[in-house]
Design a binder for this molecule. Structure first.
Ligand code: FAD
Ligand code: UDP
Length: 370
C-alpha cells in the first residue's frame, strides 16, 4: 500500500481543482509545488491594500454555467468588465474591435459604413481563405487595424511573424459592429473580491501541500509515494525531451508602486507598436476598485523562453502540435500518470477551460475507481 492515492505535481488551478475533488471523495492526496507559493499563475498577493496579480492580469470569464457555479463556491465575484485600451504611437483606441474603434480610426458612424471600409480593405488583400494569423486578421478587420493594433502587438507577444502564427490566436478577440467595449463575449465575467489566492487556499483546505519541491529533484521517490500521479508541469520535460523540445513563450513582469492614486485610469492598457518592448501595463487597483493612496502597475515583457525558465504560453502552431501529439502518445502508455493543465496538455487554455478539463478528468477517475 502506498501512502497516498494521488501525488499532484503543481498547485496551479488544474492541480488544485483535481486535488479538491479527489479529497472530497476520500482519496488521500499530496500536492507538491516547486514555487514558494500556491496557485501557479493565478496567484495574487495583497500590497498597499491592492490585490496584485503577480503573473499578469487574470479576468475570469466563461459561458459554462457549471464552471461559473463551481468557482463561485470559493469566492464572491464583482462585476468587473474588461475594456482594455490600445495605445499606438500615443493615440488611444478602444478594444476589442468595435464601433468605437472603427469611429476612432475611420470616422465611420454606422455599422454599414464600417463594414464597407473593411470589405474594401479586404478586397485589396484577397484573403478569402485565411491560412495564418495575418490573413485571418485582415479578413476580420481589414489592413489598417491589422497594422495599428494587431501586427506589432502579436509579433512581440509571440516572437514570430504573423504569417507564421496560427489564425486561432486572433479569433480569441471579438469583432463587433456595436458600441460595446467588453473584451469578452461570455455570459459571466468578474474578479474574485479579495483575489485568486483565497480560491486556491479553499480548494486545498485539508490537503497536504509541500512548497519549494520540484518533482524532478527526486522523481523516483515521488513516484513511489502514491498510486497515481497527476502531472501539471511541462509534458516534454516529463519525458526528458526524448523527441525534442516543445516551444514556449516566456514573460518578464516589472512591478512598481507609484505615489499616485490613479496612474492610467484603466486596468489594462495595451501598447501595440513593435518598438515598445512591453505588451501591456496593468494597474491592479482597478480590478476591484481598491481603496489606496498609492497604485501598483506591472509592465509585461514577452521573452524568448529558455530551458529552466518559467513557461507561460504554449506555442500551439502546427510544428509544435505535431511534436506534442508524439508526447501525448507516450502519455497514453502510462496509465498511472495523468497529465493536466496548460503545460501538461500543451494547450493555450483560459481558467474556465482549465476548470472544465480538471472536472472532466476527475469524473473519469471516479468512474475508473467504481
Ligand atoms: P499553472 O498555473 O502554470 O500551474 C502549474 C503549476 O505547476 C505551477 O505552480 C508550477 O510551479 C508547478 N510545477 C510545474 N512543474 C513542476 C515540477 N516539476 N515540480 C513541482 N511543481 C511544478 N486565463 C483567464 O481565464 N483569464 C485571463 O485573464 C488570463 N490571463 C492570463 C495572463 C497571463 C500573463 C497568463 C500567463 C495566463 C493567463 N490566463 C488567463 C491563463 C491562466 O493563467 C491559466 O488558464 C491557468 O492559470 C492554468 O492553470 P494550470 O494549473 O494549468 O497551470
Ligand atoms: N491581440 C492584438 N492586439 C491587442 C490584443 C491582442 O493583436 O491589443 C492579439 C494577440 O495576437 C494576442 C491575441 O490577440 O496574442 C489574444 O489576445 P488575448 O488578450 O486573449 O491574450 P492573452 O491575455 O492570452 O495574452
Amino acid at each position: 500500500m502506498k501512502k497516498y492515492d494521488y501525488l499532484i505535481v503543481g498547485s496551479g488551478l488544474f492541480g488544485s481543482v483535481f486535488a479538491h475533488e479527489m479529497n472530497k471523495i476520500g482519496k488521500k492526496c499530496l500536492v507538491i509545488e516547486r514555487r514558494n507559493t500556491i496557485g501557479g499563475n493565478i496567484y495574487t498577493e495583497k500590497t498597499e491594500n491592492i490585490n496584485v496579480h503577480k503573473y499578469g492580469a487574470h479576468i475570469f470569464h466563461t459561458n459554462n454555467e457549471e464552471v461559473w457555479q463551481y468557482i463561485n463556491q470559493f469566492a464572491k465575484f464583482n462585476r468587473f468588465t474588461n475594456s482594455p485600451i490600445a495605445n499606438y504611437e500615443g493615440k488611444l483606441y478602444n478594444l476589442p474591435f468595435n464601433m468605437n474603434t472603427f469611429y476612432q480610426i475611420w470616422g465611420v458612424k454606422t455599422p454599414e459604413e464600417a463594414k464597407k471600409v473593411i470589405e474594401d480593405e479586404k478586397k485589396e488583400y484577397k484573403t478569402d481563405n485565411p491560412s495564418n494569423l495575418e490573413e485571418q486578421a485582415i479578413n476580420l478587420v481589414g489592413s489598417t487595424i491589422y497594422k495599428l493594433l494587431i501586427k506589432g502587438y502579436t509579433e512581440k507577444q509571440w516572437g514570430k511573424s504573423c504569417t507564421e502564427l496560427p489564425s486561432f490566436i486572433i479569433k480569441r478577440l471579438p469583432v463587433r459592429f456595436t458600441y460595446d467595449n467588453n473584451y469578452f463575449n461570455d455570459l459571466y465575467q468578474g474578479i474574485p473580491i479579495g483575489g485568486y489566492t483565497q480560491i486556491i487556499e479553499k480548494l486545498l483546505e485539508g490537503i497536504e501541500v509541500k512548497l519549494n519541491t520540484d518533482y524532478f529533484d527526486n522523481k523516483e521517490k515521488w513516484d513511489n509515494i502514491a498510486d497515481k500521479v497527476l502531472f501539471t508541469g511541462m509534458i516534454d520535460q516529463y519525458f526528458d525531451y526524448c523527441y525534442g523540445e516543445l516551444e514556449y513563450r516566456g514573460l518578464k513582469f516589472e512591478t512598481e508602486i507609484k505615489d499616485t492614486d490613479n496612474y492610467q485610469g484603466n486596468a489594462v492598457i495595451n501598447y501595440t507598436e513593435r518598438k515598445i518592448p512591453y505588451t501591456r501595463i496593468i494597474e491592479h487597483k482597478h480590478f476591484e476598485n481598491s481603496e489606496s493612496e498609492k497604485t501598483i502597475i506591472t509592465r509585461e515583457y514577452p521573452q524568448t523562453w529558455e530551458k529552466g525558465e518559467e513557461a507561460y504560453y504554449p506555442v500551439n502552431d502546427a510544428k509544435n502540435s505535431e511534436l506534442y501529439n508524439k508526447y501525448q502518445k507516450l502519455a497514453e502508455k502510462e496509465p498511472n500518470i495523468l497529465f493536466g493543465g496548460r503545460l501538461g496538455m500543451y494547450k493555450y487554455m483560459n481558467m474556465d477551460q482549465v476548470i472544465e478539463e480538471a472536472l472532466t478528468l476527475t469524473k473519469k477517475e471516479n468512474n475508473m475507481n467504481l
